[in-house]
Design a protein around this ligand. Structure first.
Ligand code: AMP
Length: 643
């Protein structure tokens, strides 16, 4: 049976919604043998043993050393890693977490982890307490992380976190110093920072322990497509992580489908995005495994790595990259630089994870001559939901067609997931998804209530994405906002996207994040934070006038605008609204207290039950609680006295 484009069927022609119907006439289980991710890698390694699979360079220069693993070597290293995890007690249901920046070892930990047990990637940029919370939630027994290095605090945070995650029995350390060149490599033993270990877990060296293992897999990997092989956290930054469970079916589907429709064995993908996020892990890495394409990982920190933006076009030339994977923030930063190298190998730039401002989209295509394929995905769908089809029409501002075998509906639902209405063409509602990538739910069953919509007029269960959007007559999806982010001003719903899109039309503004700022009368009023283009200047008055002019809905005109040097963003470039909300609560509460003659400092923390809570520290310790409650009691967010 043919498994992928390169091996048998040839590339799928996928240009329109009609093609979806034609493609789906072949049942998915007939097109791909259900099986394990490991099998997908092993098949490609048998077919293309010496073809480059993954290349990693520690530094960003176009001549800096790089380490390339071919498919045979990648398979051997994944086998060793999986054998090692089994030796350390990881069975099919047990969890292996990794906290690593990108490197070849990160790929081994991911693939070895999902082969031996359940892999749980954790964002290494989180604080120690957040890491501890996620590790406890995963129940991980083994953690793979970095050996301490100067200027990087990942190891220190992980070891501190382990004091609060006693279920972890073994830590495997990856020494990225092995990628250094002399003389700094020789000096590293003297430069390595100290790292306290306030826990009982054994600490072993990842490379040394792998070397003791066979390059042949010592067990039969689980071939069940329903087997949960990964758990990815969302919302780790709030201290309330949700763990999304991923099945092998979803992982294989992301890889095989993209390999059939878009990526071939001679393609080269550059992915400067973190391997703890679904975009790099599934549509990118699984596609490489399915197709035999070559993945390039520039520096541990990807787009955030030293010199990566400055050297980006040189790296495209160095590796002959055909597909670049980006997010809007990266596109914006790249557009502040000249395209000063030969990028003629580039076929497409795949962009997703956050809304791409239309102006930026056009500027990028004009400057590079490269077409952008904007797509849409999420952790809960094992990533890919829709993308502009490479063979068909690219609609700027749309996130494209649902990928074959995935279906979307625009629904209006009640809070409990009951269906009130199936929306018409171009009517806005909640985007709901069905398909092989849709996850079976979070690990904590409490979080799964009302997660799926079902009822009259639709067949089966539909994942509620929390995103608002519409579907046009050609079947293309357009995202218009996020249901959860709605600003509710005196019972009137305002979609923050209306404000953000309007502000981004100003030539000086590159990114905008609108939120509901607490208000004693209306509950919430709109506030917007903006980030300016490099070197751009604009007055507050000009921005206010612009907002009044552009935003026709009166209630949506922001009551407050602030220019930030840089908007807070997640590792994949999404504007991180919780930080904006916290800043708005602190500012509003401090001002309201000051107006009542009470000088106080307000900070905001996350409470598991109450959500965001304002912590108030009056400058005069004799200040009466009742006086403060008189001022703050009318605001929607709770407060408590500090100390
Ligand atoms: P995550 O699970 O962290 O990948 O976040 C998924 C969310 O990112 C989606 O539910 C959307 O709100 C947002 N998102 C992803 N891709 C896009 C896109 N192309 N345009 C707008 N929002 C997007």
């Amino acid at each position: 049976m043919a498994h992928d484009g390169s091996a048998g069927e040839g590339r799928l022609h996928w240009a329109s919604g009609e093609d979806n119907t034609r493609i789906e006439a072949t049942p998915i289980d007939g097109r791909w043998i259900a099986g394990s991710v490991h099998e997908m890698l092993a098949e490609t390694a048998a077919r293309l043993p010496t073809a480059p699979a993954v290349s990693f360079q520690l530094k960003s220069g176009p001549k800096d050393p790089a380490e390339t693993l071919d498919f045979a070597t990648l398979l051997a290293e994944v086998n060793r890693t999986a054998n090692l995890f089994r030796r350390l007690g990881i069975g099919p249901e047990d969890r292996v977490a990794y906290l690593l920046p990108n490197a070849n070892e990160t790929v081994m930990a991911l693939l070895g982890g999902l082969t031996a047990g359940v892999v749980c990637p954790v964002n290494p940029m989180l604080e120690a307490s957040q890491i501890a919370g996620i590790l406890r939630e995963t129940g991980a027994k083994v953690v793979v992380t970095m050996k301490p290095l100067p200027k990087v605090d990942i190891a220190q945070k992980v070891h501190a976190a382990l004091a609060e995650a006693p279920g972890v029995t073994t830590v495997l350390e990856v020494d990225l110093a092995r990628y250094l060149t002399p003389p700094i490599k020789w000096l590293m033993p003297f430069l390595r920072p100290k790292c306290p270990r306030p826990h009982k877990a054994q600490v072993l060296d990842f490379t040394e322990e792998r070397a003791k293992e066979s390059t042949t897999l010592g067990f039969q990997p689980e071939a069940d497509p329903d087997k949960v092989a990964g758990m990815f956290h969302t919302g780790g930054t709030t201290g309330h992580p949700k763990l999304a469970r991923h099945t092998q079916r979803g992982m294989i589907y992301n890889g095989r489908l993209t390999a059939l429709a878009v990526i071939q064995s001679d393609d080269v993908l550059i992915c400067p995005l973190p391997l703890f996020h679904v975009l790099a892990a599934y549509p990118v890495l699984m596609t490489v495994l399915a197709s035999g394409a070559h993945l390039v990982l520039p520096t541990p920190a990807g787009y955030r790595g030293d010199g990566v933006m400055d050297n980006f076009w040189a790296l495209i030339e160095r590796w002959g990259v055909t597909f670049m994977v980006m997010v809007p923030t990266a596109a914006s930063a790249l557009m502040q630089r000249q395209v000063n190298h030969d990028v003629s190998t580039l076929k497409f730039a795949i962009c997703g994870s956050a809304p791409m401002p239309v102006e930026l989209f056009k500027r990028f295509e004009a400057a590079t001559g490269v077409k952008i394929l904007e797509g849409y995905g999420m952790t809960e769908a094992t990533c890919l939901v829709s993308v502009n089809p490479p063979d068909g029409a690219q609609k700027i501002g749309s996130v494209g067609l649902p990928i074959p075998y995935t279906h979307t509906k625009i629904l209006q639902t009640d809070g409990a997931g009951g269906i009130l209405k199936v929306c018409d063409i171009d009517e806005v509602g909640e985007i709901c998804v069905q398909g092989p990538g849709v996850f079976p739910g979070y690990s904590d069953p409490v979080l799964n209530a009302a997660l799926f919509a079902e009822g009259d007029g639709v067949q089966g269960r539909w994942l509620r994405t929390g995103d608002l959007g519409r579907m046009d007559a050609d079947g293309y999806l357009w995202i218009t906002g996020r249901a959860k982010d709605l600003i509710i001003r005196g019972g009137h719903n305002i979609d923050p996207a209306t404000i953000e899109e309007a502000m981004c039309k100003h030539p000086a503004v590159v990114f905008a994040g609108a939120i509901g700022q607490p208000d004693a009368h209306a509950g919430e009023v709109p506030a917007v934070y903006v980030e300016l283009a490099d070197g751009a200047e604009v007055t507050m008055e000009a921005l206010e006038a612009f907002a009044r002019e552009e935003i026709t809905e009166r209630a949506a005109v922001p009551k407050y605008i602030e220019i930030l040097q840089e908007l807070p963003k997640t590792a994949v470039g999404k504007v991180f609204k919780p930080d904006l909300r916290k800043s708005a609560i602190a500012r509003t509460y401090e001002r309201a207290l000051a107006e009542a003659g009470i000088e106080a400092d307000v900070s905001v923390y996350d409470d598991r039950k109450l959500g965001m809570v304002a912590e108030v520290r009056p400058r005069d310790p004799g200040t009466d609680d009742a006086a403060m409650d008189h001022v703050l009691g009318g605001f929607p967010r709770p407060w408590r006295r500090a100390g």
